[in-house]
Ligand binder design. Structure first.
Ligand SMILES: [Zn+2]
Length: 402
Protein backbone atom coordinates (compact mmCIF):
# COMPACT_ATOMS: atom_id res chain seq x y z
CA UNK A 1 0.00 0.00 0.00
CA UNK A 2 1.51 3.33 -1.07
CA UNK A 3 -0.10 6.49 0.36
CA UNK A 4 0.64 9.61 -1.70
CA UNK A 5 1.99 12.45 0.46
CA UNK A 6 1.23 15.20 -2.09
CA UNK A 7 -2.37 14.11 -2.63
CA UNK A 8 -2.92 13.80 1.13
CA UNK A 9 -1.44 17.25 1.92
CA UNK A 10 -3.35 18.91 -0.94
CA UNK A 11 -6.66 17.55 0.41
CA UNK A 12 -5.79 18.62 3.94
CA UNK A 13 -5.17 22.19 2.74
CA UNK A 14 -8.39 22.17 0.69
CA UNK A 15 -10.42 21.13 3.74
CA UNK A 16 -8.83 24.00 5.71
CA UNK A 17 -10.32 26.50 3.26
CA UNK A 18 -13.86 25.67 4.50
CA UNK A 19 -14.20 28.23 7.30
CA UNK A 20 -10.52 29.10 7.04
CA UNK A 21 -9.45 32.35 8.74
CA UNK A 22 -8.32 34.72 5.99
CA UNK A 23 -5.79 36.78 7.97
CA UNK A 24 -2.41 36.58 6.19
CA UNK A 25 -0.39 33.59 7.37
CA UNK A 26 -3.20 32.26 9.59
CA UNK A 27 -3.95 28.53 9.49
CA UNK A 28 -6.97 28.92 11.77
CA UNK A 29 -10.43 27.56 11.04
CA UNK A 30 -13.99 28.36 12.17
CA UNK A 31 -16.10 25.33 11.29
CA UNK A 32 -18.64 24.73 14.04
CA UNK A 33 -20.91 21.71 13.62
CA UNK A 34 -23.86 22.30 11.24
CA UNK A 35 -22.75 25.79 10.17
CA UNK A 36 -22.50 26.69 6.46
CA UNK A 37 -18.76 25.98 6.49
CA UNK A 38 -19.23 22.59 8.16
CA UNK A 39 -21.94 21.44 5.76
CA UNK A 40 -19.99 22.69 2.73
CA UNK A 41 -16.95 20.77 3.98
CA UNK A 42 -19.07 17.63 4.40
CA UNK A 43 -20.44 18.00 0.84
CA UNK A 44 -16.85 18.33 -0.43
CA UNK A 45 -15.79 15.29 1.61
CA UNK A 46 -18.68 13.26 0.16
CA UNK A 47 -17.36 14.10 -3.32
CA UNK A 48 -13.86 12.98 -2.38
CA UNK A 49 -15.30 9.74 -0.99
CA UNK A 50 -17.14 9.11 -4.28
CA UNK A 51 -13.98 9.82 -6.30
CA UNK A 52 -12.11 7.33 -4.10
CA UNK A 53 -14.63 4.58 -4.83
CA UNK A 54 -16.37 4.90 -1.45
CA UNK A 55 -20.14 5.30 -1.10
CA UNK A 56 -21.02 8.46 0.87
CA UNK A 57 -23.59 7.97 3.62
CA UNK A 58 -24.71 10.57 6.15
CA UNK A 59 -26.54 9.26 9.21
CA UNK A 60 -29.27 11.12 11.18
CA UNK A 61 -26.65 12.76 13.44
CA UNK A 62 -24.73 14.20 10.50
CA UNK A 63 -21.86 11.70 10.77
CA UNK A 64 -20.55 11.32 7.22
CA UNK A 65 -19.26 7.90 6.17
CA UNK A 66 -17.46 6.84 2.99
CA UNK A 67 -18.24 3.14 2.73
CA UNK A 68 -15.84 0.68 1.11
CA UNK A 69 -17.39 -1.95 -1.20
CA UNK A 70 -18.31 -5.24 0.49
CA UNK A 71 -19.91 -6.26 3.78
CA UNK A 72 -16.99 -5.77 6.14
CA UNK A 73 -14.31 -3.09 6.36
CA UNK A 74 -12.02 -1.33 8.78
CA UNK A 75 -13.36 2.10 9.76
CA UNK A 76 -10.93 5.02 9.98
CA UNK A 77 -11.47 8.72 10.60
CA UNK A 78 -12.13 11.43 13.15
CA UNK A 79 -14.18 14.66 12.93
CA UNK A 80 -14.22 17.69 10.63
CA UNK A 81 -16.04 20.22 12.86
CA UNK A 82 -13.85 22.64 14.85
CA UNK A 83 -13.86 24.80 17.96
CA UNK A 84 -15.10 28.43 17.49
CA UNK A 85 -11.47 29.42 16.84
CA UNK A 86 -9.92 26.09 15.98
CA UNK A 87 -6.82 24.75 14.30
CA UNK A 88 -6.66 23.21 10.85
CA UNK A 89 -5.64 19.73 12.04
CA UNK A 90 -7.76 18.88 15.08
CA UNK A 91 -10.00 16.17 13.62
CA UNK A 92 -9.26 17.11 10.00
CA UNK A 93 -5.94 15.27 10.11
CA UNK A 94 -7.61 11.97 11.04
CA UNK A 95 -10.32 12.34 8.38
CA UNK A 96 -7.97 13.16 5.49
CA UNK A 97 -5.39 10.58 6.60
CA UNK A 98 -8.20 7.99 6.57
CA UNK A 99 -9.26 9.14 3.08
CA UNK A 100 -5.70 8.71 1.80
CA UNK A 101 -5.39 5.24 3.39
CA UNK A 102 -8.75 4.19 1.90
CA UNK A 103 -7.56 5.37 -1.54
CA UNK A 104 -4.17 3.69 -1.20
CA UNK A 105 -5.86 0.47 -0.02
CA UNK A 106 -8.17 0.44 -3.05
CA UNK A 107 -5.22 1.04 -5.38
CA UNK A 108 -3.36 -1.84 -3.73
CA UNK A 109 -6.37 -4.17 -4.00
CA UNK A 110 -7.24 -4.17 -0.29
CA UNK A 111 -7.85 -4.43 2.58
CA UNK A 112 -11.22 -2.56 2.48
CA UNK A 113 -11.13 0.69 4.46
CA UNK A 114 -14.15 2.94 5.13
CA UNK A 115 -13.89 6.55 6.31
CA UNK A 116 -15.92 8.61 8.76
CA UNK A 117 -16.14 12.24 9.79
CA UNK A 118 -18.11 12.37 13.04
CA UNK A 119 -20.34 15.37 13.75
CA UNK A 120 -20.06 17.83 16.65
CA UNK A 121 -17.05 16.23 18.29
CA UNK A 122 -16.09 19.70 19.50
CA UNK A 123 -19.28 20.14 21.46
CA UNK A 124 -21.29 22.96 19.92
CA UNK A 125 -24.27 21.03 21.30
CA UNK A 126 -22.95 18.31 23.59
CA UNK A 127 -19.54 16.69 23.44
CA UNK A 128 -18.68 13.98 20.93
CA UNK A 129 -22.36 14.28 20.00
CA UNK A 130 -22.30 12.39 16.69
CA UNK A 131 -20.33 9.39 17.90
CA UNK A 132 -22.26 9.35 21.19
CA UNK A 133 -25.52 9.03 19.25
CA UNK A 134 -24.18 6.38 16.86
CA UNK A 135 -22.73 4.30 19.69
CA UNK A 136 -25.97 4.53 21.69
CA UNK A 137 -24.38 6.38 24.61
CA UNK A 138 -26.69 9.32 23.94
CA UNK A 139 -30.35 8.69 23.09
CA UNK A 140 -32.06 10.58 20.27
CA UNK A 141 -34.59 11.90 22.80
CA UNK A 142 -31.82 13.31 25.01
CA UNK A 143 -29.99 14.75 21.99
CA UNK A 144 -33.15 16.61 21.02
CA UNK A 145 -32.91 18.55 24.30
CA UNK A 146 -29.41 19.86 23.47
CA UNK A 147 -29.12 23.59 22.78
CA UNK A 148 -26.06 25.44 21.46
CA UNK A 149 -24.94 28.62 23.25
CA UNK A 150 -26.35 30.69 20.34
CA UNK A 151 -29.80 29.18 21.01
CA UNK A 152 -29.83 26.73 18.08
CA UNK A 153 -31.48 23.45 19.13
CA UNK A 154 -30.37 19.99 18.05
CA UNK A 155 -33.66 19.41 16.14
CA UNK A 156 -33.02 22.68 14.21
CA UNK A 157 -29.52 21.47 13.38
CA UNK A 158 -30.83 18.08 12.27
CA UNK A 159 -33.34 19.81 10.01
CA UNK A 160 -30.44 21.37 8.09
CA UNK A 161 -29.31 17.92 6.90
CA UNK A 162 -32.74 16.34 6.36
CA UNK A 163 -32.16 16.25 2.58
CA UNK A 164 -28.77 14.56 3.00
CA UNK A 165 -29.29 12.15 5.90
CA UNK A 166 -30.13 8.45 5.61
CA UNK A 167 -30.44 5.73 8.24
CA UNK A 168 -28.17 4.71 11.08
CA UNK A 169 -25.46 2.26 10.02
CA UNK A 170 -24.97 -1.02 11.87
CA UNK A 171 -21.59 -0.75 13.69
CA UNK A 172 -21.20 -4.54 13.24
CA UNK A 173 -20.27 -3.97 9.57
CA UNK A 174 -16.90 -2.56 10.74
CA UNK A 175 -14.04 -4.79 11.93
CA UNK A 176 -12.52 -1.99 14.03
CA UNK A 177 -11.92 1.75 14.27
CA UNK A 178 -8.58 3.46 13.83
CA UNK A 179 -8.31 7.20 14.57
CA UNK A 180 -5.30 9.39 13.85
CA UNK A 181 -5.20 12.71 15.68
CA UNK A 182 -2.78 15.46 16.62
CA UNK A 183 -1.56 15.01 20.20
CA UNK A 184 -2.85 18.42 21.40
CA UNK A 185 -0.20 18.26 24.11
CA UNK A 186 3.56 18.88 24.36
CA UNK A 187 5.00 15.38 24.93
CA UNK A 188 5.98 14.28 21.40
CA UNK A 189 7.10 17.74 20.29
CA UNK A 190 9.29 18.22 23.38
CA UNK A 191 10.89 14.79 22.87
CA UNK A 192 11.45 15.34 19.14
CA UNK A 193 9.39 12.23 18.38
CA UNK A 194 7.18 11.70 15.32
CA UNK A 195 4.47 9.33 16.50
CA UNK A 196 2.58 8.24 19.61
CA UNK A 197 0.76 4.91 19.85
CA UNK A 198 -2.13 5.49 22.22
CA UNK A 199 -2.47 2.94 25.03
CA UNK A 200 -5.80 4.24 26.29
CA UNK A 201 -7.93 7.30 26.83
CA UNK A 202 -7.84 8.60 30.37
CA UNK A 203 -10.81 8.44 32.70
CA UNK A 204 -12.34 11.61 34.11
CA UNK A 205 -14.16 12.48 37.32
CA UNK A 206 -15.56 15.81 38.39
CA UNK A 207 -17.15 17.20 41.51
CA UNK A 208 -18.69 20.51 42.49
CA UNK A 209 -17.51 21.83 45.86
CA UNK A 210 -19.32 24.42 48.01
CA UNK A 211 -17.56 26.22 50.85
CA UNK A 212 -19.96 27.96 53.24
CA UNK A 213 -18.29 30.78 55.21
CA UNK A 214 -19.69 33.97 56.73
CA UNK A 215 -20.61 36.80 54.39
CA UNK A 216 -19.53 40.06 56.05
CA UNK A 217 -18.31 43.66 55.73
CA UNK A 218 -14.85 43.90 54.11
CA UNK A 219 -13.90 46.99 56.15
CA UNK A 220 -15.04 46.19 59.64
CA UNK A 221 -14.39 42.47 59.97
CA UNK A 222 -10.91 41.79 61.43
CA UNK A 223 -8.88 39.23 59.50
CA UNK A 224 -8.67 36.87 62.47
CA UNK A 225 -12.47 36.79 62.80
CA UNK A 226 -13.33 36.08 59.17
CA UNK A 227 -14.68 32.90 57.69
CA UNK A 228 -13.83 33.85 54.11
CA UNK A 229 -15.09 31.17 51.70
CA UNK A 230 -12.65 32.16 48.95
CA UNK A 231 -9.62 31.92 51.23
CA UNK A 232 -10.67 28.40 52.17
CA UNK A 233 -11.19 27.48 48.49
CA UNK A 234 -7.72 28.81 47.71
CA UNK A 235 -6.22 26.77 50.55
CA UNK A 236 -7.88 23.65 49.17
CA UNK A 237 -6.32 24.36 45.76
CA UNK A 238 -2.82 24.80 47.11
CA UNK A 239 -3.07 21.78 49.46
CA UNK A 240 -3.98 19.34 46.67
CA UNK A 241 -0.45 18.68 45.31
CA UNK A 242 0.74 17.58 48.78
CA UNK A 243 -2.27 15.36 49.36
CA UNK A 244 -1.75 13.73 45.95
CA UNK A 245 2.03 13.38 46.32
CA UNK A 246 2.14 9.62 46.96
CA UNK A 247 -0.71 8.80 44.58
CA UNK A 248 -0.21 10.55 41.25
CA UNK A 249 2.19 10.09 38.32
CA UNK A 250 3.45 12.89 36.03
CA UNK A 251 0.55 11.99 33.71
CA UNK A 252 -2.16 12.55 36.33
CA UNK A 253 -3.90 15.93 36.01
CA UNK A 254 -6.42 17.93 38.04
CA UNK A 255 -8.10 21.26 37.35
CA UNK A 256 -10.26 23.80 39.14
CA UNK A 257 -11.70 25.34 36.00
CA UNK A 258 -14.65 27.34 37.28
CA UNK A 259 -15.26 29.21 40.53
CA UNK A 260 -18.12 31.43 41.64
CA UNK A 261 -18.07 33.65 44.74
CA UNK A 262 -21.18 34.83 46.53
CA UNK A 263 -22.19 37.60 46.53
CA UNK A 264 -19.18 38.49 44.35
CA UNK A 265 -18.82 42.12 45.43
CA UNK A 266 -15.59 44.06 45.97
CA UNK A 267 -16.37 45.12 49.55
CA UNK A 268 -17.92 41.93 50.86
CA UNK A 269 -16.11 38.97 52.45
CA UNK A 270 -17.41 36.09 50.32
CA UNK A 271 -19.86 33.92 52.22
CA UNK A 272 -19.90 31.13 49.69
CA UNK A 273 -17.47 29.73 47.13
CA UNK A 274 -18.52 27.13 44.58
CA UNK A 275 -15.96 25.51 42.33
CA UNK A 276 -15.52 22.55 39.98
CA UNK A 277 -12.73 20.07 40.59
CA UNK A 278 -11.88 17.65 37.80
CA UNK A 279 -9.20 14.94 37.71
CA UNK A 280 -8.05 12.54 34.99
CA UNK A 281 -5.84 9.48 34.90
CA UNK A 282 -5.41 6.32 32.85
CA UNK A 283 -5.76 4.09 35.95
CA UNK A 284 -9.17 3.61 37.60
CA UNK A 285 -7.62 2.63 40.93
CA UNK A 286 -5.60 5.86 40.96
CA UNK A 287 -8.75 7.86 40.17
CA UNK A 288 -10.30 6.22 43.29
CA UNK A 289 -7.32 7.08 45.46
CA UNK A 290 -7.30 10.69 44.23
CA UNK A 291 -11.01 10.88 45.05
CA UNK A 292 -10.29 9.56 48.57
CA UNK A 293 -7.55 12.14 49.10
CA UNK A 294 -9.83 14.95 47.92
CA UNK A 295 -12.61 13.88 50.30
CA UNK A 296 -10.17 13.70 53.22
CA UNK A 297 -8.78 17.15 52.39
CA UNK A 298 -12.27 18.68 52.21
CA UNK A 299 -13.19 17.15 55.60
CA UNK A 300 -9.91 18.31 57.18
CA UNK A 301 -10.29 21.83 55.78
CA UNK A 302 -13.86 22.01 57.08
CA UNK A 303 -12.73 20.99 60.59
CA UNK A 304 -9.82 23.40 60.55
CA UNK A 305 -11.67 26.51 59.34
CA UNK A 306 -15.14 26.02 60.80
CA UNK A 307 -16.63 26.39 57.32
CA UNK A 308 -19.12 23.81 56.15
CA UNK A 309 -17.84 22.17 52.97
CA UNK A 310 -20.15 20.05 50.81
CA UNK A 311 -19.58 18.38 47.47
CA UNK A 312 -21.27 16.21 44.87
CA UNK A 313 -20.67 14.68 41.44
CA UNK A 314 -21.00 17.27 38.69
CA UNK A 315 -21.22 14.71 35.89
CA UNK A 316 -21.12 10.96 35.47
CA UNK A 317 -17.67 9.37 35.71
CA UNK A 318 -15.87 8.48 32.49
CA UNK A 319 -13.92 5.24 32.92
CA UNK A 320 -10.43 4.94 31.43
CA UNK A 321 -10.74 3.32 28.01
CA UNK A 322 -7.89 1.00 27.02
CA UNK A 323 -7.13 0.70 23.31
CA UNK A 324 -7.31 -2.74 21.66
CA UNK A 325 -4.13 -4.80 22.14
CA UNK A 326 -4.07 -6.01 18.52
CA UNK A 327 -4.44 -2.44 17.21
CA UNK A 328 -1.66 -1.24 19.53
CA UNK A 329 0.61 -4.08 18.35
CA UNK A 330 0.01 -3.30 14.66
CA UNK A 331 0.61 0.44 15.19
CA UNK A 332 3.71 -0.18 17.31
CA UNK A 333 5.25 -2.55 14.74
CA UNK A 334 4.48 -0.04 11.97
CA UNK A 335 5.93 2.86 13.99
CA UNK A 336 9.09 0.81 14.58
CA UNK A 337 9.53 0.37 10.82
CA UNK A 338 8.71 3.94 9.76
CA UNK A 339 10.13 5.95 12.68
CA UNK A 340 12.52 3.71 14.64
CA UNK A 341 13.50 5.30 17.96
CA UNK A 342 11.16 8.23 17.29
CA UNK A 343 7.88 6.98 18.71
CA UNK A 344 6.42 6.10 22.09
CA UNK A 345 3.39 4.44 23.65
CA UNK A 346 1.34 7.02 25.56
CA UNK A 347 -2.12 7.64 27.03
CA UNK A 348 -4.47 10.25 25.60
CA UNK A 349 -5.41 12.95 28.10
CA UNK A 350 -8.07 14.30 25.75
CA UNK A 351 -11.35 12.61 24.92
CA UNK A 352 -11.90 11.46 21.35
CA UNK A 353 -14.63 9.80 19.28
CA UNK A 354 -12.61 6.59 19.71
CA UNK A 355 -13.69 6.52 23.39
CA UNK A 356 -17.32 6.10 22.31
CA UNK A 357 -16.57 3.27 19.90
CA UNK A 358 -14.38 1.24 22.24
CA UNK A 359 -17.35 -0.77 23.50
CA UNK A 360 -18.49 -1.65 19.97
CA UNK A 361 -15.37 -2.76 18.12
CA UNK A 362 -11.59 -2.97 18.55
CA UNK A 363 -10.27 0.60 18.64
CA UNK A 364 -6.81 2.06 18.10
CA UNK A 365 -5.38 5.60 18.01
CA UNK A 366 -2.25 7.21 16.65
CA UNK A 367 -0.88 10.64 17.60
CA UNK A 368 1.39 13.01 15.69
CA UNK A 369 3.11 15.95 17.47
CA UNK A 370 1.55 19.35 18.09
CA UNK A 371 4.10 22.16 17.73
CA UNK A 372 4.59 23.67 21.22
CA UNK A 373 1.73 21.46 22.39
CA UNK A 374 -0.99 23.96 21.45
CA UNK A 375 -4.46 23.18 20.08
CA UNK A 376 -7.98 24.67 20.08
CA UNK A 377 -6.39 27.88 18.78
CA UNK A 378 -5.47 29.34 15.38
CA UNK A 379 -1.78 28.69 16.19
CA UNK A 380 -2.23 24.91 16.23
CA UNK A 381 0.18 23.25 13.77
CA UNK A 382 2.28 20.19 12.99
CA UNK A 383 5.27 19.83 10.66
CA UNK A 384 4.18 18.40 7.29
CA UNK A 385 6.91 15.74 7.52
CA UNK A 386 5.34 14.52 10.77
CA UNK A 387 1.86 14.55 9.22
CA UNK A 388 3.14 12.34 6.41
CA UNK A 389 5.05 10.02 8.77
CA UNK A 390 1.78 9.41 10.61
CA UNK A 391 0.04 8.43 7.36
CA UNK A 392 2.86 6.01 6.51
CA UNK A 393 2.57 4.39 9.94
CA UNK A 394 -1.19 4.06 9.47
CA UNK A 395 -0.72 2.42 6.06
CA UNK A 396 1.64 -0.22 7.42
CA UNK A 397 -0.56 -0.84 10.45
CA UNK A 398 -3.61 -1.32 8.20
CA UNK A 399 -1.64 -3.80 6.06
CA UNK A 400 -0.83 -5.79 9.20
CA UNK A 401 -4.42 -5.70 10.42
CA UNK A 402 -5.68 -6.68 6.96
ZN1 LIG B 1 -10.30 16.49 17.86
Amino acid sequence: MTPHADRFLADLHTLRAFGGDDAPGSKGVRRRAFTEADLAARDWLAEQFRDAGLTPHMDPAGNLFGLAPGDRSLLMGSHSDTQPEGGWLDGAYGVIAALEIARAAQEAGGPPVSVVSFQDEEGRFGALTGSSLWSGKLSEADADKLVATDGTTWPEARARISDRAGDWLDPARFTGFLEAHIEQGPVLDAAGEAVGVVTGIVGLRQIQVEVHGQQNHAGTTPMAMRRDAFTVAARITTALPDRFANIVTPQSVWTIGHIRLHPGAQSVVPGRAEFSLQWRDIDADRLDRMEGAIAQLLRDMGDETGCEITWGKLRHDLAPMPMDAGMQAALSAAADEVAPGRWRAMPSGALHDASNLAGLMPVGMLFVPSINGVSHTFEEDTGEDDLVTGVEVLARAVERLG
